[in-house]
Design a protein around this ligand. Structure first.
Ligand code: FAD
Length: 370
Protein backbone atom coordinates (compact mmCIF):
# COMPACT_ATOMS: atom_id res chain seq x y z
CA UNK A 1 0.00 0.00 0.00
CA UNK A 2 1.30 3.47 -0.90
CA UNK A 3 2.23 5.86 1.90
CA UNK A 4 0.55 9.30 1.97
CA UNK A 5 2.09 12.21 3.89
CA UNK A 6 0.05 15.26 4.81
CA UNK A 7 1.84 18.45 5.78
CA UNK A 8 -0.24 20.71 8.04
CA UNK A 9 -3.00 19.63 10.41
CA UNK A 10 -5.64 22.33 10.00
CA UNK A 11 -9.07 21.47 8.65
CA UNK A 12 -7.80 20.61 5.16
CA UNK A 13 -5.04 18.27 6.36
CA UNK A 14 -7.15 16.58 9.04
CA UNK A 15 -10.11 15.89 6.74
CA UNK A 16 -7.88 14.46 3.98
CA UNK A 17 -6.04 12.29 6.53
CA UNK A 18 -9.25 10.91 8.04
CA UNK A 19 -10.84 10.17 4.66
CA UNK A 20 -7.79 8.31 3.36
CA UNK A 21 -7.29 6.37 6.60
CA UNK A 22 -11.00 5.43 6.67
CA UNK A 23 -10.33 3.71 3.32
CA UNK A 24 -7.33 1.80 4.61
CA UNK A 25 -4.53 4.02 3.25
CA UNK A 26 -1.47 4.48 5.54
CA UNK A 27 -1.27 8.19 6.39
CA UNK A 28 1.14 10.29 8.44
CA UNK A 29 0.21 13.86 9.26
CA UNK A 30 2.76 16.49 10.29
CA UNK A 31 1.54 19.42 12.40
CA UNK A 32 3.97 21.98 13.75
CA UNK A 33 1.87 22.81 16.84
CA UNK A 34 0.25 20.73 19.61
CA UNK A 35 -3.53 20.27 19.72
CA UNK A 36 -5.61 21.98 20.98
CA UNK A 37 -4.66 25.53 20.04
CA UNK A 38 -6.36 28.76 19.01
CA UNK A 39 -6.20 30.20 15.48
CA UNK A 40 -7.29 33.49 14.03
CA UNK A 41 -10.59 32.62 12.34
CA UNK A 42 -14.19 33.86 12.39
CA UNK A 43 -15.25 30.26 13.24
CA UNK A 44 -18.40 30.35 11.11
CA UNK A 45 -18.60 27.12 9.07
CA UNK A 46 -20.86 27.18 6.01
CA UNK A 47 -23.65 24.56 6.07
CA UNK A 48 -22.51 23.37 2.64
CA UNK A 49 -20.20 21.06 4.64
CA UNK A 50 -23.00 19.43 6.67
CA UNK A 51 -23.89 16.46 4.41
CA UNK A 52 -20.23 15.43 4.14
CA UNK A 53 -19.42 15.95 7.83
CA UNK A 54 -22.50 14.04 8.98
CA UNK A 55 -22.03 11.20 6.51
CA UNK A 56 -18.38 10.79 7.56
CA UNK A 57 -19.19 10.92 11.29
CA UNK A 58 -17.23 14.16 11.61
CA UNK A 59 -19.93 16.55 12.80
CA UNK A 60 -19.53 17.31 16.53
CA UNK A 61 -23.15 16.46 17.51
CA UNK A 62 -22.45 16.36 21.23
CA UNK A 63 -21.34 20.00 21.37
CA UNK A 64 -24.70 21.66 20.73
CA UNK A 65 -23.19 24.24 18.36
CA UNK A 66 -25.25 27.30 17.40
CA UNK A 67 -26.82 27.35 13.91
CA UNK A 68 -26.71 30.68 12.14
CA UNK A 69 -29.39 31.78 9.67
CA UNK A 70 -29.34 35.61 9.61
CA UNK A 71 -26.70 38.06 8.42
CA UNK A 72 -26.30 41.67 9.52
CA UNK A 73 -24.09 44.12 7.66
CA UNK A 74 -23.33 47.64 8.89
CA UNK A 75 -21.63 50.61 7.28
CA UNK A 76 -18.97 52.65 9.09
CA UNK A 77 -21.67 55.02 10.42
CA UNK A 78 -23.54 52.10 12.05
CA UNK A 79 -26.45 51.98 9.57
CA UNK A 80 -27.24 48.31 9.15
CA UNK A 81 -29.43 45.80 7.40
CA UNK A 82 -30.35 42.22 8.40
CA UNK A 83 -30.86 39.56 5.73
CA UNK A 84 -31.67 35.85 5.77
CA UNK A 85 -28.85 33.44 4.91
CA UNK A 86 -30.19 30.93 2.38
CA UNK A 87 -27.82 28.18 3.41
CA UNK A 88 -26.42 29.47 6.71
CA UNK A 89 -23.76 27.91 8.87
CA UNK A 90 -22.77 26.84 12.37
CA UNK A 91 -20.32 28.27 14.88
CA UNK A 92 -17.49 26.28 16.46
CA UNK A 93 -14.08 27.34 17.76
CA UNK A 94 -11.04 26.02 15.92
CA UNK A 95 -9.61 25.10 19.34
CA UNK A 96 -12.42 22.56 19.70
CA UNK A 97 -13.06 21.57 16.06
CA UNK A 98 -9.42 20.84 15.13
CA UNK A 99 -8.86 18.98 18.40
CA UNK A 100 -12.01 16.89 17.78
CA UNK A 101 -10.85 16.06 14.22
CA UNK A 102 -7.29 15.24 15.37
CA UNK A 103 -8.83 12.73 17.77
CA UNK A 104 -10.97 11.27 14.93
CA UNK A 105 -7.82 11.03 12.79
CA UNK A 106 -5.98 9.01 15.47
CA UNK A 107 -9.02 6.73 15.87
CA UNK A 108 -9.03 6.16 12.07
CA UNK A 109 -5.38 5.06 12.25
CA UNK A 110 -3.58 8.23 11.11
CA UNK A 111 -0.09 8.65 12.53
CA UNK A 112 -0.47 12.20 13.86
CA UNK A 113 2.93 13.80 14.44
CA UNK A 114 2.44 16.91 16.56
CA UNK A 115 5.04 19.55 17.33
CA UNK A 116 6.63 18.45 14.10
CA UNK A 117 7.36 21.17 11.56
CA UNK A 118 8.38 20.02 8.08
CA UNK A 119 11.49 21.92 7.09
CA UNK A 120 12.10 20.60 3.62
CA UNK A 121 10.45 18.43 0.94
CA UNK A 122 12.24 17.00 -2.08
CA UNK A 123 11.47 14.32 -4.65
CA UNK A 124 13.63 11.65 -6.19
CA UNK A 125 12.55 8.78 -8.44
CA UNK A 126 8.86 9.32 -7.74
CA UNK A 127 9.30 9.29 -3.94
CA UNK A 128 9.10 12.27 -1.64
CA UNK A 129 11.64 12.88 1.10
CA UNK A 130 10.15 14.85 4.00
CA UNK A 131 12.53 16.35 6.53
CA UNK A 132 11.71 17.68 9.99
CA UNK A 133 14.33 18.97 12.42
CA UNK A 134 14.61 15.48 13.97
CA UNK A 135 13.71 12.93 11.31
CA UNK A 136 13.42 12.00 7.64
CA UNK A 137 10.39 10.25 6.17
CA UNK A 138 9.49 9.04 2.71
CA UNK A 139 6.09 8.99 0.97
CA UNK A 140 4.56 8.18 -2.41
CA UNK A 141 1.96 10.94 -2.36
CA UNK A 142 2.07 14.27 -0.49
CA UNK A 143 -0.78 16.64 0.33
CA UNK A 144 0.27 20.21 1.15
CA UNK A 145 -2.18 21.66 3.68
CA UNK A 146 0.12 24.11 5.42
CA UNK A 147 -2.26 27.07 5.33
CA UNK A 148 -1.99 30.58 4.03
CA UNK A 149 1.82 30.88 4.20
CA UNK A 150 4.56 28.53 5.34
CA UNK A 151 8.33 28.21 5.13
CA UNK A 152 7.68 25.53 2.48
CA UNK A 153 6.03 28.13 0.21
CA UNK A 154 9.30 30.04 0.37
CA UNK A 155 11.29 26.85 -0.29
CA UNK A 156 9.20 26.23 -3.41
CA UNK A 157 9.58 29.87 -4.43
CA UNK A 158 5.83 30.21 -4.88
CA UNK A 159 4.96 33.45 -6.62
CA UNK A 160 2.74 34.90 -3.87
CA UNK A 161 5.67 34.84 -1.41
CA UNK A 162 7.48 37.47 -3.49
CA UNK A 163 5.04 40.11 -2.33
CA UNK A 164 4.10 41.03 1.24
CA UNK A 165 0.41 41.04 2.06
CA UNK A 166 -1.02 44.09 3.83
CA UNK A 167 -3.70 42.41 5.96
CA UNK A 168 -3.64 41.60 9.68
CA UNK A 169 -6.20 39.35 11.42
CA UNK A 170 -7.18 39.71 15.11
CA UNK A 171 -9.38 37.35 17.15
CA UNK A 172 -10.97 37.25 20.62
CA UNK A 173 -13.44 35.00 22.37
CA UNK A 174 -15.88 36.97 24.45
CA UNK A 175 -18.95 36.53 26.64
CA UNK A 176 -21.79 38.74 25.55
CA UNK A 177 -25.46 38.75 24.72
CA UNK A 178 -25.29 38.02 20.97
CA UNK A 179 -28.21 36.19 19.24
CA UNK A 180 -27.34 32.57 18.44
CA UNK A 181 -28.72 32.70 14.89
CA UNK A 182 -26.97 35.90 13.76
CA UNK A 183 -23.60 36.59 12.14
CA UNK A 184 -22.80 40.28 11.87
CA UNK A 185 -20.24 42.02 9.70
CA UNK A 186 -19.44 45.54 10.88
CA UNK A 187 -17.31 47.76 8.69
CA UNK A 188 -14.80 50.32 9.84
CA UNK A 189 -12.35 52.50 8.02
CA UNK A 190 -9.64 50.11 6.79
CA UNK A 191 -11.29 46.78 7.64
CA UNK A 192 -14.26 44.79 8.86
CA UNK A 193 -15.21 42.89 12.01
CA UNK A 194 -17.29 39.71 12.25
CA UNK A 195 -19.16 38.50 15.31
CA UNK A 196 -21.04 35.22 15.81
CA UNK A 197 -21.55 32.64 18.52
CA UNK A 198 -19.61 29.41 18.99
CA UNK A 199 -19.99 26.46 21.41
CA UNK A 200 -20.29 26.72 25.20
CA UNK A 201 -22.12 30.06 25.21
CA UNK A 202 -19.10 31.95 23.86
CA UNK A 203 -18.87 34.47 21.04
CA UNK A 204 -16.18 34.91 18.41
CA UNK A 205 -15.09 38.43 17.58
CA UNK A 206 -12.62 38.64 14.73
CA UNK A 207 -11.48 41.38 12.39
CA UNK A 208 -9.28 41.97 9.39
CA UNK A 209 -7.50 45.29 9.09
CA UNK A 210 -5.04 46.90 6.75
CA UNK A 211 -1.53 46.86 8.26
CA UNK A 212 -1.11 50.59 7.59
CA UNK A 213 -3.92 51.39 10.05
CA UNK A 214 -2.25 49.34 12.80
CA UNK A 215 1.06 51.05 12.06
CA UNK A 216 -0.59 54.45 12.22
CA UNK A 217 -2.05 53.80 15.70
CA UNK A 218 0.88 51.77 17.05
CA UNK A 219 -1.08 49.20 19.10
CA UNK A 220 -4.23 47.10 18.92
CA UNK A 221 -6.08 48.89 21.78
CA UNK A 222 -5.27 52.29 20.21
CA UNK A 223 -6.42 51.06 16.79
CA UNK A 224 -9.68 49.74 18.22
CA UNK A 225 -10.36 52.96 20.12
CA UNK A 226 -9.34 55.25 17.27
CA UNK A 227 -10.83 53.42 14.29
CA UNK A 228 -13.13 50.49 15.08
CA UNK A 229 -15.17 52.34 17.72
CA UNK A 230 -16.22 54.95 15.14
CA UNK A 231 -18.78 52.37 14.09
CA UNK A 232 -21.24 52.73 17.02
CA UNK A 233 -22.28 49.07 16.74
CA UNK A 234 -18.68 47.93 17.33
CA UNK A 235 -18.31 50.35 20.25
CA UNK A 236 -21.44 48.89 21.86
CA UNK A 237 -20.15 45.31 21.42
CA UNK A 238 -16.86 46.12 23.16
CA UNK A 239 -18.52 47.94 26.04
CA UNK A 240 -20.92 45.04 26.73
CA UNK A 241 -18.42 42.16 26.49
CA UNK A 242 -16.20 40.21 28.86
CA UNK A 243 -12.97 39.34 27.01
CA UNK A 244 -11.83 35.78 27.67
CA UNK A 245 -8.23 35.95 26.34
CA UNK A 246 -5.47 37.85 28.14
CA UNK A 247 -4.51 39.22 24.73
CA UNK A 248 -5.92 38.66 21.25
CA UNK A 249 -4.67 36.09 18.74
CA UNK A 250 -3.03 38.01 15.89
CA UNK A 251 -1.74 36.97 12.45
CA UNK A 252 -0.27 38.92 9.59
CA UNK A 253 0.58 38.16 5.96
CA UNK A 254 -3.02 37.23 5.17
CA UNK A 255 -2.81 36.95 1.38
CA UNK A 256 -5.61 36.37 -1.13
CA UNK A 257 -3.26 36.07 -4.10
CA UNK A 258 -3.91 33.23 -6.52
CA UNK A 259 -1.86 30.04 -6.06
CA UNK A 260 -1.50 26.71 -7.87
CA UNK A 261 -3.47 23.64 -6.71
CA UNK A 262 -0.46 21.43 -7.49
CA UNK A 263 3.04 22.52 -6.52
CA UNK A 264 6.18 20.39 -6.95
CA UNK A 265 3.94 17.31 -7.48
CA UNK A 266 2.13 17.89 -4.15
CA UNK A 267 -1.67 18.29 -4.13
CA UNK A 268 -2.43 21.52 -2.30
CA UNK A 269 -5.65 21.80 -0.27
CA UNK A 270 -7.30 24.58 1.74
CA UNK A 271 -5.49 27.91 2.01
CA UNK A 272 -2.34 26.32 0.49
CA UNK A 273 -4.19 26.21 -2.84
CA UNK A 274 -5.75 29.66 -2.45
CA UNK A 275 -7.37 31.66 0.33
CA UNK A 276 -10.80 33.21 -0.02
CA UNK A 277 -11.38 36.50 1.77
CA UNK A 278 -12.81 35.93 5.30
CA UNK A 279 -15.58 38.32 4.29
CA UNK A 280 -17.16 35.40 2.44
CA UNK A 281 -16.96 33.19 5.57
CA UNK A 282 -16.07 30.18 3.48
CA UNK A 283 -12.39 29.32 3.87
CA UNK A 284 -13.11 26.38 6.15
CA UNK A 285 -15.74 24.95 3.79
CA UNK A 286 -13.28 25.22 0.90
CA UNK A 287 -10.56 23.56 3.00
CA UNK A 288 -12.90 20.66 3.84
CA UNK A 289 -14.21 20.34 0.28
CA UNK A 290 -10.78 20.49 -1.39
CA UNK A 291 -9.49 17.87 1.09
CA UNK A 292 -12.36 15.58 0.09
CA UNK A 293 -11.64 16.20 -3.58
CA UNK A 294 -7.91 15.45 -3.22
CA UNK A 295 -8.37 12.36 -1.08
CA UNK A 296 -11.10 10.91 -3.32
CA UNK A 297 -8.82 11.28 -6.35
CA UNK A 298 -5.92 9.66 -4.49
CA UNK A 299 -8.21 6.73 -3.64
CA UNK A 300 -9.21 6.47 -7.29
CA UNK A 301 -5.57 6.63 -8.39
CA UNK A 302 -4.66 3.82 -6.01
CA UNK A 303 -7.61 1.58 -6.83
CA UNK A 304 -7.32 2.05 -10.61
CA UNK A 305 -3.52 2.10 -10.66
CA UNK A 306 -3.39 5.49 -12.40
CA UNK A 307 -0.21 7.52 -12.89
CA UNK A 308 0.99 10.48 -10.82
CA UNK A 309 0.55 12.71 -13.90
CA UNK A 310 -3.10 11.66 -14.10
CA UNK A 311 -3.60 12.55 -10.41
CA UNK A 312 -2.02 15.99 -10.75
CA UNK A 313 -3.91 16.87 -13.95
CA UNK A 314 -7.29 15.62 -12.72
CA UNK A 315 -6.96 17.39 -9.36
CA UNK A 316 -5.93 20.67 -11.01
CA UNK A 317 -8.96 20.56 -13.31
CA UNK A 318 -11.36 19.58 -10.53
CA UNK A 319 -10.00 22.27 -8.18
CA UNK A 320 -10.39 25.02 -10.80
CA UNK A 321 -13.90 23.86 -11.76
CA UNK A 322 -15.02 23.81 -8.13
CA UNK A 323 -13.34 26.81 -6.49
CA UNK A 324 -11.68 29.23 -8.93
CA UNK A 325 -14.71 31.44 -9.60
CA UNK A 326 -15.54 31.74 -5.86
CA UNK A 327 -12.00 32.83 -5.06
CA UNK A 328 -12.12 35.36 -7.92
CA UNK A 329 -15.39 36.75 -6.58
CA UNK A 330 -13.86 36.99 -3.09
CA UNK A 331 -10.86 38.92 -4.44
CA UNK A 332 -13.20 41.34 -6.21
CA UNK A 333 -15.24 42.03 -3.07
CA UNK A 334 -12.06 42.39 -1.02
CA UNK A 335 -10.68 44.82 -3.59
CA UNK A 336 -13.75 47.08 -3.38
CA UNK A 337 -14.02 46.93 0.38
CA UNK A 338 -10.36 47.69 0.91
CA UNK A 339 -10.04 50.02 -2.06
CA UNK A 340 -10.46 53.78 -1.70
CA UNK A 341 -12.76 54.86 1.11
CA UNK A 342 -15.15 55.97 -1.66
CA UNK A 343 -15.41 52.49 -3.22
CA UNK A 344 -15.56 50.87 0.21
CA UNK A 345 -18.40 53.13 1.42
CA UNK A 346 -20.25 52.69 -1.84
CA UNK A 347 -19.98 48.88 -1.71
CA UNK A 348 -21.15 48.69 1.92
CA UNK A 349 -23.95 51.22 1.43
CA UNK A 350 -25.20 49.32 -1.60
CA UNK A 351 -25.22 46.11 0.42
CA UNK A 352 -26.94 47.83 3.35
CA UNK A 353 -29.59 49.65 1.35
CA UNK A 354 -30.15 47.45 -1.72
CA UNK A 355 -31.23 44.10 -0.39
CA UNK A 356 -31.00 42.31 -3.73
CA UNK A 357 -27.30 43.19 -4.09
CA UNK A 358 -26.46 41.88 -0.64
CA UNK A 359 -28.43 38.67 -1.24
CA UNK A 360 -26.62 38.15 -4.54
CA UNK A 361 -23.23 38.70 -2.84
CA UNK A 362 -24.04 36.09 -0.20
CA UNK A 363 -25.11 33.57 -2.87
CA UNK A 364 -21.99 34.17 -4.97
CA UNK A 365 -19.64 33.56 -2.05
CA UNK A 366 -21.27 30.34 -0.80
CA UNK A 367 -20.85 26.96 -2.46
CA UNK A 368 -23.32 24.13 -2.91
CA UNK A 369 -23.74 21.41 -0.26
CA UNK A 370 -21.44 18.44 -0.87
C1 FAD B 1 -9.37 36.97 10.01
C2 FAD B 1 -9.85 35.68 9.41
C3 FAD B 1 -11.17 35.27 9.65
C4 FAD B 1 -11.64 34.09 9.04
N1 FAD B 1 -12.93 33.70 9.29
C5 FAD B 1 -13.42 32.58 8.70
C6 FAD B 1 -14.76 32.16 8.95
O1 FAD B 1 -15.51 32.73 9.75
N2 FAD B 1 -15.21 31.06 8.29
C7 FAD B 1 -14.42 30.34 7.41
O2 FAD B 1 -14.90 29.37 6.84
N3 FAD B 1 -13.14 30.71 7.21
C8 FAD B 1 -12.62 31.80 7.82
N4 FAD B 1 -11.31 32.15 7.62
C9 FAD B 1 -10.47 31.31 6.77
C10 FAD B 1 -10.08 30.00 7.44
O3 FAD B 1 -9.50 30.24 8.70
C11 FAD B 1 -9.08 29.25 6.55
O4 FAD B 1 -9.53 29.25 5.22
C12 FAD B 1 -8.91 27.80 7.04
O5 FAD B 1 -8.35 27.79 8.32
C13 FAD B 1 -8.03 27.03 6.06
O6 FAD B 1 -7.71 25.77 6.59
P1 FAD B 1 -6.35 25.05 6.18
O7 FAD B 1 -6.43 23.67 6.72
O8 FAD B 1 -6.10 25.25 4.75
O9 FAD B 1 -5.22 25.88 6.92
P2 FAD B 1 -4.95 26.12 8.46
O10 FAD B 1 -6.19 25.94 9.26
O11 FAD B 1 -4.25 27.43 8.56
O12 FAD B 1 -3.95 24.96 8.87
C14 FAD B 1 -2.63 24.90 8.40
C15 FAD B 1 -1.82 24.10 9.40
O13 FAD B 1 -0.53 23.81 8.86
C16 FAD B 1 0.43 23.89 9.91
N5 FAD B 1 1.74 24.08 9.27
C17 FAD B 1 2.17 25.15 8.53
N6 FAD B 1 3.40 24.94 8.06
C18 FAD B 1 3.77 23.70 8.50
C19 FAD B 1 4.95 22.90 8.32
N7 FAD B 1 5.99 23.35 7.61
N8 FAD B 1 5.00 21.69 8.92
C20 FAD B 1 3.93 21.23 9.65
N9 FAD B 1 2.79 21.94 9.83
C21 FAD B 1 2.71 23.15 9.26
C22 FAD B 1 -0.05 25.06 10.75
O14 FAD B 1 0.43 25.01 12.07
C23 FAD B 1 -1.58 24.87 10.69
O15 FAD B 1 -2.05 24.09 11.78
C24 FAD B 1 -10.79 33.31 8.23
C25 FAD B 1 -9.46 33.71 8.04
C26 FAD B 1 -8.99 34.87 8.62
C27 FAD B 1 -7.58 35.29 8.39
Amino acid sequence: MKQVAIIGGGLGGLIAAIRLAQHGVPVMLFEKKNYPFHRVCGEYVSNETLPFLRQSGLFPDKLDVPFISRFQISAVNGRSSILPLDLGGFGISRFTFDHFLAQKAREAGVRVLENCEVQHVSREKNRFLIETSAEKHTADVVIGSFGKRSRLDVQFNRKFTHKRSPYVGVKYHIKTDHPNDLIALHNFNGGYLGISNIEAGQTNLCYLVHRSRLKEFGSIPALEKGVLFRNPLIRTIYSNATFLFGKPEVINEVSFASKEPVCNHMLMVGDSAGMITPLCGNGMAIAIHSAKLASDLILKQLSENRSGEWLEKTYTEAWHATFASRLRFGRLVQHYLFGSSFSSNLAVHLAVYVRQIAMQMIRQSHGKPF
